[in-house]
Design a protein around this ligand. Sequence first.
Ligand code: NAD
Ligand code: ZN
Ligand code: ZN
Length: 344
Amino acid sequence: MKALQYHTVGAPPEVVTVPDPEPGPGQVLLRVTAAGVCHSDIAVMSWSADQLPFPLPLTLGHEGVGTVAALGPGAEGVAVGDSVAVYGPWGCGTCFMCAQGKENYCLRAAELGIRPPGLGAPGAIAEYMIVDSPRHLVPLGDLDPVRAVPLTDAGLTPYHAIKRSLPKLVPGSTAVVIGTGGLGHVAIQLLRAMTAARVVALDVTEEKLALARTVGAHDTVLSDAAAAPTVRALTGGRGAEAVLDFVGAQPTVMAAGAMAAVEGDVTIVGLGGGTLPVGFGALPYEVSVTSPYWGTRAELIEVFDLARTGAVDVHVETYGLEEAPEAYERLHEGRIDGRAVILP
Ligand code: NAD
Ligand code: ZN
Ligand code: ZN
């Protein structure tokens, strides 16, 4: 089969032919319908050989949907032909966190060598993929696979991030989304669907801000040195009850802290490597800062249920498998509107 693989540290990913995978005991083989392209893959491909926690080559893609093509011995709970989405943050399934459905925070994944597809295990940007357990599949039902596939990460990750701030996002509150790309443009829609907050979106170009307005941002602000004072002025000096940073670079995390309200939440989702000092004088009183990873299995089901109501519509740009390297190049250059989705 054809697959998009990251072969050599520092080199762009390439379309290669690899043997068709066969499902082992307990595993499920999917014929991939669609796979999303996430900026985290670009972060992974920027790491040095020493930083890479898994061997190459790696088939990319940690957002995947498909139809069940075959079941390995003993695998049950899905049937050939089912339309399913892959819950990507695979865990052991039995530790204290996994028992709560929080496989994204599995306590034993590292020790057992369990890695998400596309981030260590072979990923979804291929004609077929192996899913380690039917537990990691969620039925798509009547959802359009192409528009639904980004929900497995670009939907789930902001959903999980927003959920912790829901009690603070009361009428009259403000939520800021920094970086309105794949995750951010879904975050805006989730905030509009789940809260009464005024949503302020920040990005570096007018094109990105136009998409932010299309998907529901009340206000848009260019992300520069004046952004924090601008958000403070927009909120009558109060600041934002929740700031979600989908960039995570040093200037954006500092701006996030500077625009937070007293008792506000700063949630750093982007892997930009910025760090935000906490301590008296560093931030407004009682600001809470966190950096969450992906989301839980139950939350993915919730995101799909929300999408079924029509409240979330991912803007997708589709590419064939042969064009996948170009999709990564465009994402790297900031030229994707919404999410790039590969149709293998
Ligand atoms: P993307 O490239 O689609 O979107 C990033 C957006 O940020 C773009 O619109 C870009 O123009 C904008 N941007 C860049 N610099 C900016 C700045 N200084 N100020 C404001 N906006 C700026 O990327 P994505 O796939 O949505 O991923 C977003 C980030 O989230 C990445 O760092 C990715 O690695 C990370 N991520 C984290 C998790 C997690 O679990 N924590 C999960 C998925 C992705
Ligand atoms: Zn991702
Ligand atoms: Zn576990």
